[in-house]
Design a protein around this ligand. Structure first.
Ligand SMILES: [Zn+2]
Length: 469
């Protein structure tokens, strides 16, 4: 591998220049999407892949109207459905590695908090700053650096490689399940490298194997046809009370979700997953300190804290609004109250099923008047820590970093992993170029150039190991 690694070192500046060009394209997918920059970025990424000998094309996701399932939120019809860059190239071994990435980025606002303009990437003190340098264009560039090294040093790729690079990951990857279903022949592979990933503060590489799912809903109470004088609190129903009673029925103070059957499909952590979590460094003290609290919810600590964080579903009130919220008193009986809630789901919970159970829960407890709207859903997914692919990635990471990676069985967050695991049947793992201060989604997003170099080498090593296996 040393010849390949040397090529990555010798061409580091060119790779960073390539990343800089990619980050100058402001491919923000949030509403309203910067459609022109999105289309240009998809073309640009296809061009970079073609330069490396890939056959690249731009595909589109199925339109929202063709999609079955709970009705999408109002106004969401204009979101999503961006171009997906698909590319493939055969290699020495017929084993195929699929890379999932995204070329869209989060909005750069608030602009005044950036030390340099977000879409004019700049290097300072060994770090590259700019929107997308980490999430996720930096990983795309690191992968290209690894592929280029194989092509230029050995003349061919050690295994067959495919890319699926979408343009609306940052708004929740709408229609990804339908897209993968439709393109399952094209996307067929033996394993998948997922976007994201990086190293800890101590520089220990992390290898992450799963995501939680998500159900996002809006609950509303509408009692009378207009706000009333609060003296009518004697005889008219108050929407705020209706809603808080309904919300209070969903979760108890012991943090258990009270929806009937909510936990039925929860897959327990396997002994191997528990062992992996046990070996993970604890971020408990830092997290609690950073949020200014003495102890975690219900006093959970140590291994139980980590197991709960990675393997337990949640029910979270994200926002709550009703009545008069201004300065001073206003004696009013609100006609309407609204709450937004998200449920982080774990394998094998299903957002549609949880939505139906929540509706039944409200109806059966006398809250049939509470309206419930499905805003979005994503299914959870996890690759077993015992999968042979995890061993291959671990070995490749050791080749590069010369130390054992931390195996993270699942992240606490969400991503469109499910169709890759369930529909395509692929083991997945994410390794990448981030570090704890990468500030993804925030001002001054940055990567450390050494992490980029190492990350590119880890991908190169993985290509080699995967081709052999
Ligand atoms: Zn992101």
């Amino acid at each position: 591998m040393q010849d390949i690694f040397r090529h990555i070192d010798d061409h580091l500046n060119e790779s960073l220049a390539q990343l800089t060009e990619l980050c100058k394209l402001a491919s923000v997918s949030a509403h309203p999407p910067t459609a022109d920059a999105i289309a240009k970025t998809a073309e640009h990424v296809s061009g970079l892949l073609r330069d490396l000998g890939f056959e690249a094309s731009i595909l589109t996701k199925p339109a929202l109207s063709e999609v079955e399932g709970p009705a999408p939120a109002e106004g969401s019809g204009s979101l999503g459905g961006q171009a997906v860059v698909y590319a493939e190239q055969p290699g020495r071994s017929s084993r195929t590695l699929l890379f999932y990435d995204h070329y869209d980025v989060q909005p750069a606002e608030p602009l005044e908090l950036w030390s340099s303009p977000p879409f004019e990437p700049a290097i300072r003190e060994g770090k590259l700053y700019g929107r997308g340098v980490g999430d996720n264009k930096g990983n795309i560039a690191a992968r290209l650096a690894a592929l280029r090294a194989w092509k230029e040093v050995r003349g061919e790729l050690p295994c067959s490689v495919k890319f699926c690079i979408e343009g609306d990951e940052e708004i929740g990857s709408p229609q990804m399940e339908e897209f993968v279903e439709e393109q399952r022949g094209l996307l067929a592979a033996d394993a998948c490298v997922w976007e994201g990933g990086g190293v800890t503060w101590e520089g220990i590489p992390q290898l992450t194997l799963g995501v939680k799912g998500l159900l996002y809903v809006e609950l509303a109470a509408n009692t009378v046809n207009r706000d009333a004088h609060s003296s009518y609190g004697t005889v008219l129903a108050n929407a705020a009370w209706r809603l808080v009673w309904a919300l209070a029925s969903i979760k108890g103070p012991d943090e258990r979700v009270l929806i009937d059957g909510f936990y039925d499909a929860v897959r327990r952590a396997t002994p191997e997953e528990r062992a992996a979590v046990e070996a993970m460094p604890s971020e408990e003290a830092e997290t609690l300190r950073s949020y200014g609290v003495e102890e975690a919810l219900t006093g959970v600590r140590g291994l139980d804290y980590r197991l709960r964080h990675l393997f337990e579903p949640t029910a979270t009130i994200d926002g709550l609004t009703s009545g008069y919220e201004g300065e001073g008193p206003k004696t009013v009986l609100p006609a309407r109250a609204m709450a937004k809630m998200d449920f982080r789901l774990v394998p094998d919970q299903d957002p549609d099923d949880v939505f139906a159970k929540l509706r039944r829960h409200l109806d059966s407890r006398g809250f049939g008047d509470i309206t419930l709207r499905y805003l979005s859903g994503e299914r959870p997914a996890r690759t077993p820590v015992t999968d042979p692919f995890v061993g291959v990635v671990r070995q490749a990471v050791m080749d590069t970093y010369e130390r054992e990676p931390i195996i993270v069985p699942s992240m606490a967050g969400t991503g469109p992993l499910y169709p890759f695991v369930a529909t395509l049947g692929l083991p997945t793992a994410d390794i990448g170029i981030g570090y704890p201060e990468s500030r993804a989604h925030a001002p001054d997003e940055n990567i450390r150039i050494e992490d980029f170099r190492r990350g590119a080498k880890a991908i190169a090593a993985l290509l080699g190991r995967f081709g052999e296996g």
